[in-house]
Design a protein around this ligand. Structure first.
Ligand SMILES: [Zn+2]
Length: 125
């Protein structure tokens, strides 16, 4: 755990917004810290990704990584647990944040903050 903390501090200095860790079970919402993506599962089988919305609204975002569910996302991690999430993440109930996570960094979409219903799926590239 101390190692995790040190790693996180180091990563922040290099401008990373997120670093991932694995968990066996779904984490409680209050156990998530900002800048952390909790992957439920292991290297071979990933079920869910949990993260705090990077806009700072405090809501917890859950992404299904199971290919059996729709929608589902894919995560790619390197050895330092720096991850890329595909496709983009969109909050459809709280703050309407819309962003990509690429190599641990958040890239905001132009339509972030705009309620989802005003746009059609194919418009948001
Ligand atoms: Zn938010």
């Amino acid at each position: 755990m101390i190692f995790m903390k040190i790693k996180k501090v180091v990563l922040k200095q290099f401008g990373f917004n997120f670093v991932a860790r694995y968990a066996d079970d779904n984490p409680a919402a209050d156990s998530l810290s900002n800048g952390e993506i909790v992957i439920v599962g292991n290297k071979d089988y990933q079920k869910w990704a949990y993260l705090k919305c990077p806009c700072g609204c405090g809501s917890t975002t859950m992404l299904s990584l199971s290919t059996k569910r729709r929608p589902s996302w894919q995560v790619y991690m390197n050895w330092m647990m720096i991850l890329t999430v595909y496709p983009s993440v969109r909050d459809i109930s709280t703050c309407y944040s819309h962003y990509w996570i690429k190599r641990g960094k958040v890239y905001w979409c132009r339509d972030t903050g705009i309620p989802f219903t005003e746009y059609t799926e194919d418009k948001d590239g």
